[in-house]
Write a new protein. Structure first.
Length: 185
C-alpha cells in the first residue's frame, strides 16, 4: 500500500517552486553571512589579530562551500521544475521559471516571490563582491607593507621595477622609495 505523504495542495509545480524558493532564501542568507565574514576579516587585519584573521578565513571558506552546495541544489531544482513546467530550453533561467509560474493561479504568488528574491540576491552579490575587493586590496597592501618592512629591517633596497605615482602626478621606480617615514619626517 503506497500512501501519498505530500498533501494534494502541495503536489506538482507548487511544491517544487516552494522548494526552489527556500533554496534561494538560503542562498541570500549565505551571501549576507559571507559579506559579514569579509568585514570580520578586514577588521582583524586592521587590528593585526592573527587569530581573528585565521577564524575569518575558515568561516569564509566554509561559507563559500555552503554557497557552492546551494548553487548545486538550485540548479537541480530548476531543472526539475523546468521539466514539470514543460520548458523546452536546455538551461532554464529563474526568469523563465518565474514567468511560467506567474501564468498559473496557484503558483503566481510563488513566482512573484522568486523574482523578488532573485533581485535581492543579485544586489547582495554585488555588495558582497565589492566587499571582497576591499578585502583583496587590504591584503595586497598588507603584503606590500610587510615586504617593505622586511627590506628596511634587512637594510636592503626592494627588488623589482614597480613604478608608483608621485604627488606631482609623475611616476618613479618604487625601488627608490619606501612606504615608511624617515627619522626626520
Amino acid at each position: 500500500m503506497n500512501q501519498q505523504t505530500t498533501p494534494p495542495s502541495q503536489a506538482g509545480p507548487e511544491a517544487l517552486a516552494l522548494s526552489l524558493l527556500e533554496t534561494l532564501k538560503d542562498e541570500f542568507a549565505s551571501l549576507c553571512r559571507l559579506r559579514g565574514h569579509f568585514d570580520d576579516h578586514i577588521l582583524a587585519l586592521r587590528g593585526r589579530e592573527k587569530k581573528g584573521i585565521d577564524e575569518a578565513t575558515h568561516r569564509t571558506n566554509d561559507e563559500i562551500n555552503i554557497l557552492a552546495g546551494l548553487k548545486h541544489q538550485r540548479d537541480r531544482k530548476m531543472r526539475l521544475l523546468g521539466r514539470v513546467l514543460r520548458i523546452e530550453s536546455a538551461q532554464q533561467t529563474i526568469e523563465e521559471l518565474a514567468r511560467r509560474l506567474n501564468a498559473e493561479e496557484p503558483t503566481a504568488e510563488v513566482g512573484a516571490e522568486i523574482r523578488r528574491l532573485r533581485r535581492n540576491i543579485r544586489a547582495e552579490a554585488v555588495r558582497t563582491s565589492n566587499r571582497c575587493r576591499d578585502l583583496e586590496y587590504a591584503l595586497e597592501y598588507a603584503v606590500h607593507l610587510g615586504r617593505d618592512l622586511l627590506h628596511v629591517l634587512q637594510g636592503v633596497s626592494p627588488a623589482g621595477a614597480t613604478r608608483v605615482y608621485t604627488p606631482g602626478g609623475g611616476t618613479i621606480d618604487a625601488s627608490r622609495t619606501t612606504s615608511f617615514v624617515n627619522r626626520v619626517g
